[in-house]
Design a protein around this ligand. Structure first.
Ligand SMILES: C[S@@+](CC[C@H](N)C(=O)[O-])C[C@H]1O[C@@H](n2cnc3c(N)ncnc32)[C@H](O)[C@@H]1O
Length: 274
């Protein structure tokens, strides 16, 4: 039963969404890796690893396979196919399971050097048990790295008609599912509540402007992410279908404007196990 799930994943796992997730990875992974600053040989756990693209990039830096936890069998199957295509199939050890009950062996707890998660906590009704599990998974002094959205930070210029209301409705669709669209600002607090010692926070810039060679892809990601929430937004009565479609069409039109600009950043927080 949907309502009894620990989380409901707003974006779904159909092939078009998997393509959007791949695109997002292409746009964001360099920034995430820069902040992570892996030195090599770290044992890394990636929680809610999706298709495993970022896990694979981390493994390329450490030289050791990353353990990736993912609940969805569809995501894992697509991730394995992608790994074979990209020639890095042994870099991610996918494990199917719930992030709140990490499927680790008894002798794996307390052994990881880094536990990382990105864009998972925003989809959970109760993010704290997940962060607590990540703290238990790393060794003493090990790093716990949380990356997530604070959707309130988005600014578009010029403002396309109806898109502020659309973005508000998108954020409220998280609340409708019992999730927090602004969890980014709470990441340090979550680390402390989970028993970690916070050491650093940061932003990974995730914006772009017309004229940048990848701007069209950033706009496509933004349009795609909103599109996946259409059914939930309409079901929750946050906008009707016609309002939703008109605002999304305005956003598409806006993306061709010579001055179109996306200002956005992903929240980053890092703690250590005492
Ligand atoms: C937005 S994707 C992010 C994937 C990856 N971390 C990235 O940054 O590319 C979120 C992923 O978390 C998975 N997920 C959602 N709830 C989960 C849970 N309770 N346990 C494990 N995975 C979960 C979804 O299936 C989805 O693949």
């Amino acid at each position: 039963m949907e309502n009894e799930k620990s989380s409901e994943y707003l974006h779904g796992t159909h092939p078009a969404e998997q393509e959007r997730l791949s695109l997002l990875n292409e746009l964001l992974n360099a920034g995430s890796l820069r902040e992570l600053d892996l030195r090599g040989l770290e044992r890394v756990l990636d929680v809610g690893c999706g298709l495993g693209q970022f896990a694979r990039e981390m493994a390329n830096c450490t030289g050791i396979a990353v353990v990736g936890i993912e609940r969805s069998a569809e995501q894992i199957a697509a991730g394995i196919r992608l790994g074979i295509e990209k020639g890095g199939s042994s870099l991610v050890q996918f494990r199917q399971g719930d992030a709140a009950q990490l499927p680790l062996e008894d002798d794996e707890w307390g052994t990881f050097d880094v536990a990382h998660t990105r864009f998972l906590l925003e989809h959970l009704r109760e993010p704290l048990p997940v962060v607590e599990g990540m703290v238990r998974a790393v060794r003493k002094g090990g790093r716990i790295v949380l990356e997530d959205d604070d959707h309130d930070l988005l600014r578009l210029w010029p403002e396309p008609p109806g898109v502020q209301q659309l973005w508000q409705a998108y954020q409220k669709s998280y609340e409708y599912l019992g999730n927090d669209p602004n969890i980014g600002r709470r990441l340090v607090a979550l680390l402390v509540e989970a028993g970690a010692k916070p050491v650093r926070n940061s932003f990974v810039f995730f914006g772009s402007c017309a004229g940048h060679w990848r701007f069209a892809q950033y706009a496509e990601n933004l349009i795609g992410v909103i599109q996946t929430a259409r059914a939930t937004v309409v079901e929750a009565g946050l906008l009707d279908a016609a309002q939703f479609d008109a605002a999304l069409a305005a956003l598409r039109e806006w993306s061709k404007d010579a001055t179109a600009t996306i200002w956005y950043a992903m929240s980053w927080a890092e703690g250590r196990r005492p």
